[in-house]
Design a protein around this ligand. Structure first.
Ligand code: GDG
Length: 469
């Protein structure tokens, strides 16, 4: 058991609370982040501030598994403007290489400011003296500055789960200066990759003319330390699920249902245009066409989890993918044996783990991705030591998972070659690479990530106390 990273009270803020409504009340949401942070919050008497997931929900504070939860109400109109609008139709595409045109609307920006201010006021009201306040993700980038103005005694950290774009792209944002000012309210500002750190420092220099020495930015009244904190998964949990008898049985059943193909190629993504699902389907189709893959021996499973269905870019992406799946299946399937098994569904996590185990080749081909946890989950689930990961260079995970078959997914020829390399890889090389992947993710799991971030925040808090006290 690791020692607690801090003995200060911890307050977490994220767009969503870490719970979901069930028939019997509230239960923790699935996902490694929640599993890593909840026990830590429970042990430190900590608090989580966020939205319940239901519009206009004025729920009172409540407790789940010993953690205090403070709901922040968000109205249906604000959801459309702050969440679907500014967060997911302006920031998300811009931060992912401007893969789609962003919508910039003053009305959406006003709602974004308003919701951020509501989070800041709530944090200011409930944070104990000396608290460490850890804010998450692109929906809340103004909160650090707003909170600092209300409570200069707390230590403020922020982690961005998605990429921070290069200045040439970021500078398109009409409110670029306000966003940089918002983030400069932090004592500690974390990104997934070193590239995010560099991009942010450049933006702060260009827009605010700050002095930066290595990873420390000087502000008039405080310092902001900026750094890379690559997130990970709960490796023990995934391994334990993968080792269970039910998973083994389900894995065999899945293989049989797919017609016992020689190779199962697998994709698991939210149906997001950043994830490169269409690219990989086209590469698969080209290889079937050239005869390098054979529908009798090679079958693909694509899980595309529904997401942001109210946003037009997502509706378009879904239509394109589904048309493509239809075209490829129409051309290459046989009766009872589709060549692509496409699921537009959110599956239970244990089903996902069985699929990971069944998957011989995992295709993770985003155009741009902060980290990509699917890549790490796949390696953790392969307790048999076999399986090949094809991974885009543009996923944060590529910095660490160098034993994957790394590929530039913009290069269709290279992507096809990478798939063939993975499919034809000799067993010895597969096992060697998988051992490398598994050793890497064992080195840094999500608990280690959270401990490191909170440890650095504690150091910032101690340094501040030393300076003022
Ligand atoms: C953002 C950043 C960064 C997917 N389908 C189902 C399902 N999932 C789970 C996976 C995985 C998670 O969702 C997806 O995580 P990713 O990292 O792949 O991607 P984003 O959702 O875009 O996450 C990303 C991440 O934040 C963390 O910082 O890595 O770059 O974009 O855990 O297992 N889970 C279940 N059913 C599904 O159908 N139960």
């Amino acid at each position: 058991m690791n020692p607690a990273p801090t003995n200060r009270p911890i307050v977490v803020a994220a767009n969503r609370l870490p719970v979901m409504r069930t028939e019997d009340g509230w239960a923790p949401s699935p996902g490694g982040l929640v599993r890593a942070l909840l026990p830590m919050l429970r042990d430190s008497g900590g608090t989580w501030v966020g939205w319940t997931g239901d519009p206009d929900d004025n729920a009172e504070p409540f407790t789940v598994e010993g953690v205090n939860l403070h709901p922040v109400p968000i109205s249906a109109e604000e959801l459309e403007l702050y969440y679907e609008g500014f967060s997911n139709d302006a920031l998300w595409p811009l931060y992912h290489d401007a893969l789609r045109e962003s919508t910039y609307s003053g009305e959406q920006w006003d709602a974004y400011m308003q919701v951020n201010q509501r989070f800041a006021v709530r944090l200011a009201n409930i944070s104990p003296p000396d608290a460490i306040v850890w804010i998450h993700d692109y929906q809340l980038q103004l909160v650090p500055k707003m909170l600092r103005e209300l409570r200069s005694d707390v230590t403020i950290g922020f982690f961005l789960h998605i990429p921070f774009p290069p200045y040439e792209l970021f500078s398109r944002l009409p409110w670029r200066t306000e966003i940089v000012e918002g983030l400069l309210g932090c004592d500690l500002l974390g990104f997934q990759r070193p590239m995010g750190t560099t991009n942010f420092i450049t933006a702060a220099q260009q827009l605010k003319h700050v002095d930066a020495h290595h990873d420390v930015i000087e502000n008039p009244d405080h310092r902001t330390r900026v750094g890379a904190f690559p997130i990970s998964i709960d490796v023990d949990d995934v391994e334990a699920m993968a080792a269970g008898r039910a998973t083994r049985q389900r894995m065999s059943q899945i293989r049989a249902r797919l017609g016992d193909p020689e190779v199962i190629l697998l994709g698991v993504d939210r149906l997001d245009y950043t994830k490169g699902i269409g690219l990989r389907l086209r590469a698969f189709a080209a290889l079937l066409e050239s005869g390098e893959l054979d529908p009798e021996r090679h079958v693909m499973v694509q899980v595309a989890t529904p997401t942001r269905e109210a946003v037009e870019h997502y509706q378009d992406e879904r239509h394109q993918i589904e048309r493509l799946v239809g075209e490829i299946n129409g051309r290459y399937s046989r009766i009872g044996l589709p060549v692509i098994h496409y699921l537009y569904q959110s599956l239970p996590f244990d089903e996902l783990i069985a699929l990971y185990r069944a998957g011989d080749v995992m295709l993770v081909t985003p155009f741009r991705d902060g980290m990509n946890l699917v890549a790490k989950e796949y390696a953790a689930a392969h307790i048999d030591g076999d399986g090949v990961l094809v991974l885009s260079e543009f996923a944060g995970a590529a910095d660490e998972l160098t034993d994957a078959v790394l590929v530039n997914p913009h290069d269709d020829h290279a992507l096809q070659r990478a798939i063939i390399t993975a499919v034809d890889m000799h067993r010895h090389e597969r096992r060697e690479r998988m051992a490398g992947l598994r050793a890497q993710i064992r080195k840094s799991d999500v608990q280690g990530w959270a401990d490191r971030f909170l440890g650095e925040m504690t150091a910032s808090a101690d340094a501040r106390d030393g300076a003022t006290g």
